[in-house]
Design a protein around this ligand. Structure first.
Ligand SMILES: [Zn+2]
Length: 255
């Protein structure tokens, strides 16, 4: 059976996909599209960004990086983008990061398994767990504060991690809250010191699974299978490409 790619809906507009990369940090594809029908217009080749998950506003979920008549240009720009991606200033990636598309799904997934595993901590215990994690991941431990009245812009009570001053605010002291916010801190700290964004994408989900398993006593296979059922793990069909900056993964296309 032919597998339907998550971006197959772009086919009508841009034709056949001849090469693609997947960026797990952002949960987006970069696609080289070849549409012979557009030969006459001089825009046969397109390089298109597409998020794996649909935005609430569908029109925003893709972005054309290049459109032209040269296959060589297409392939040069594709490789340039993969290896020298400046995600901090990239319009589309900024849109993806701000949308934080799978946030609600992550919360739903956590609510599904945490009851039964969760324990109430004292502030001192929460700080101890945070210190242990920071030590293990070789990072500066964030300061941990308890504020039951911490609210977001809409007035909902929330816990949050603030990467600018390395600070975690917990609205309640359940063990999962500490592990969830510490996962944001670990991701933000990054392997290369350059991962400054904080979303609930696949990279975060893999990280929180690691912490729930190591510090929360929840079985790893259970976490992975339930996260997979909720489609939170990104596109696992892609192989990693050695590229310290972009962390891109590419998949050759046969058809
Ligand atoms: Zn979060």
């Amino acid at each position: 059976m032919k597998q339907i790619r998550p971006y197959s809906e772009l086919k009508d507009q841009f034709g056949r996909c001849v090469q693609s990369a997947y960026f797990p940090d952002f949960d987006v594809y970069l696609l080289c599209m070849d549409d012979v029908k557009q030969e006459a217009s001089g825009k046969r080749y397109h390089l298109v960004w597409k998020s794996r998950l649909a935005f609430s506003d569908k029109k925003k979920s893709f972005h054309v990086e290049y459109a032209g008549g040269s296959k060589k240009d297409l392939s040069l720009i594709f490789h340039d983008v993969c290896h020298q991606l400046e995600y901090e200033t990239h319009e589309f990636l900024d849109r993806v990061i701000s949308a934080d598309i799978q946030k609600d799904q992550v919360y739903k997934w956590e609510q599904g398994f945490l009851i039964g595993w969760d324990t109430k901590l004292r502030l001192g215990q929460a700080r101890k767990v945070a210190r242990q994690i920071a030590e293990e991941y070789n990072m500066e431990p964030p300061t941990i504060h308890h504020d039951p009245h911490n609210v977001d812009e809409e007035g909902n009570t929330i816990s949050h991690f603030d990467s600018t001053n390395n600070r975690v605010v917990l609205c309640s002291l359940e063990s999962h809250m500490v592990l969830h916010e510490m996962s944001h801190a670990v991701v933000s700290n990054g392997n290369f010191g350059d991962l400054i964004y904080v979303t609930h994408g696949p990279r975060f989900v893999w990280q929180v699974i690691e912490l729930y398993s190591r510090y929360g006593g929840i079985p790893l296979d259970y976490l992975v299978s339930t996260a997979s059922e909720h489609h939170l793990l990104g596109d696992l069909a892609y192989n990693r490409v050695i590229s310290p900056k972009s962390i891109a993964r590419t998949l050759p296309h046969i058809s």
